[in-house]
Design a protein around this ligand. Structure first.
Ligand code: PAF
Length: 283
């Protein structure tokens, strides 16, 4: 498994692949890979001749009060996990390779970025679209793979690809969960044993919403109220948001008639966790 650190080198490799008529899948990550990332790499491996996994803790998507330096990193583990899952190479550039001295250009999507995660992290998605746009230009993948766990991020990238005509297919992959229902996340390592148990309240609240929807409940307010009560029963949990939105535009829905996304963000101790569930979409 090759670890490539420069743009020149990864471009050379991809150019060779393309000359040989090979298709290329890209799995953009910030590293600290777990089974959730591996499921994206496996899908990319199944659908493409070659797979690039990018590992880059992107500073432009962290705000000044978010601790970029303490974001978990383990490149040895990332190499091993990527190899196991079928990646061809890892692209692991330095910050100075991606944002050299004098860098001053950004991609900004509007409409889907100001709500949900964007409401409390106003510059976050500008950083995500900028780095993903750069990765698309550097690697020129046929397909790029994103987890449904970050449903808003997937919607933002889809909009950017549509609006800016990037010649890449965005593939959304399902959330991977622990056996007890907790969505896999690099941030789960921050949870103490007691917090890890408390964190189950997120998937329990989503299960409750699913049950209510299956029983025919159409009022978003009623479902949100029941989810709020459920989460408030857990003393370590503090709700950031519980929303019911159109799963593509991310606009609030009051009466549930079409497919909806139910995204939630909850603090468990010092760790902010997100999870979600889509109801009513079959394709
Ligand atoms: O989801 C992530 O890990 C990051 O936001 C991404 C897409 C790799 C961009 O830095």
């Amino acid at each position: 498994m090759k670890l490539i650190t420069t743009i020149t080198e990864i471009r050379k490799i991809v150019t060779e692949w393309k000359k040989a008529g090979k298709s290329v899948g890209l799995v953009p990550t910030m590293g600290y890979l777990h089974e959730g990332h591996q499921s994206l790499i496996q899908k990319a491996h199944a659908e493409n001749d070659e797979v690039v996994v990018s590992v880059f803790v992107n500073p432009t998507q962290f705000s000044a009060n978010e601790d970029l330096s303490s974001y978990p990193r383990n490149i040895e583990n990332d190499l091993e996990k990527s190899r196991e899952a079928g990646a061809s190479v890892i692209f692991h550039p330095d910050v100075s390779e991606m944002y050299p001295e004098g860098y001053n250009t950004y991609i900004e999507a509007f409409g889907v970025t100001e709500v949900l995660e964007g409401a409390s992290r106003p510059t976050h998605f500008r950083g995500v679209t900028t780095v993903v746009g750069k990765l698309f230009n550097i690697i020129q993948p046929d397909r790029a793979y994103f987890g449904q766990k970050d449903a808003q991020q997937a919607a933002v990238i889809e909009q950017m690809v549509r609006d800016l005509n990037f010649p890449v297919a965005v593939v959304r992959c399902p959330i991977i969960r622990e056996a007890d229902g907790l969505a896999k996340s690099s941030r789960n390592v921050y949870l103490s044993a007691e917090e890890r148990q408390a964190a189950l309240v997120l998937s329990h609240a989503l299960k409750l919403a699913k049950k209510m929807l299956e029983q025919g409940e159409k009022s978003a307010a009623t479902i949100r109220h029941a989810m709020t009560e459920k989460i408030q029963q857990e003393p370590l949990a503090v709700i950031d948001y519980i929303k019911i939105v159109d799963d593509r535009t991310l606009r609030d829905v009051r009466v549930i008639e079409a497919p909806v996304l139910i995204p939630i963000a909850v603090r468990i101790g010092n760790t902010r966790l997100i999870d979600n569930f889509v109801f009513g979409r079959t394709e």
